[in-house]
Write a protein that binds this ligand. Structure first.
Ligand code: BTN
Length: 232
């Protein structure tokens, strides 16, 4: 995949921009600062200006892959963790695609689709050292994890390089991502809260759906929902 980058010093949200403009396959919108960054479940994504990676990658989804679009979010999580591994950082994925290091969130991914197009928004904390009080206990950055300041372009290019590989695998329709995902899946085999229920995390299935066992021993699939690990 050939990438073409477009930079904004400040923008409301790179995902919003990408969705509202002509955004060709391989186009990457990135910025130093977002004034209205969006996270999953319409939560705000807050990241300090000039210190982090905030980008949106535009892709065309081939017809044959649309039925398995749910997998794309997981492939993106794998791409980010693979890039981090290249940079010497071992990360885990909290289903579907939060990227954690030592249990704290390092990166978040928001996949939004419009017809045959998808916009993959990635926010990765690089050099930020302080976080707002309400997230301080749950967030981290590469600088905090490695003890050194990193070049954001190097981090961004590592993520793009892995994204190209994982997007090809997504389009190829391989299901070998399941084992790969489960190897780095945060909370696998433990009791967690999914929405209001306490469940045992068993893994994922080939569509990328969460597999759980509930309190009465029934195995079930969970298609969406917020997983919380704090209260179990
Ligand atoms: C999440 O963890 O809830 C997903 C966060 C995604 C944030 C990124 S930053 C770049 C792109 N633009 C946005 O407005 N959101 C995504």
């Amino acid at each position: 995949m050939e990438f073409k980058k477009q930079f904004f010093e400040v923008i409301d949200s790179t995902n919003r921009y990408a969705l509202e403009h002509e955004c060709a396959h391989g186009m990457v919108i990135y910025t130093d600062e977002q004034t209205a960054g969006i996270g999953r479940f319409k939560r705000p994504w807050q990241a300090a200006a000039g210190m982090n990676v905030m980008m949106s990658i535009c892709v065309d989804i081939p017809e044959e892959s649309r039925a398995v679009i749910g997998r794309l979010a997981l492939f993106c999580g794998l791409a980010v963790t693979a890039a981090l591994q290249q940079l010497g950082v071992e990360a885990q994925v909290k289903w579907p695609n939060d990227v954690l290091v030592a249990g704290k969130k390092l990166a978040g991914i928001l996949v939004e689709t419009r017809g045959s197009k998808a916009v993959i928004g990635i926010g990765l904390n690089v050099n930020q050292l302080d976080f707002p009080d309400e997230v301080a206990a749950k967030a981290t950055s590469l600088a905090l994890v490695t003890g050194t300041e990193l070049d954001r372009d190097v981090v961004m290019d590592a993520v793009l390089g892995q994204f190209a590989i994982y997007f090809d695998r997504f389009v190829a329709g391989t299901t070998d991502f399941v084992a790969e995902y489960e190897r780095i899946m945060y909370g696998l085999g433990s009791w967690v809260k999914v929405d209001a229920d306490q469940v045992l995390l068993l893994g994922i299935d080939a569509s990328g759906t969460l597999r759980i066992r509930d309190e009465i021993g029934m195995e079930r699939l969970v298609y969406s929902g917020a997983i919380s690990f704090e209260s179990v």
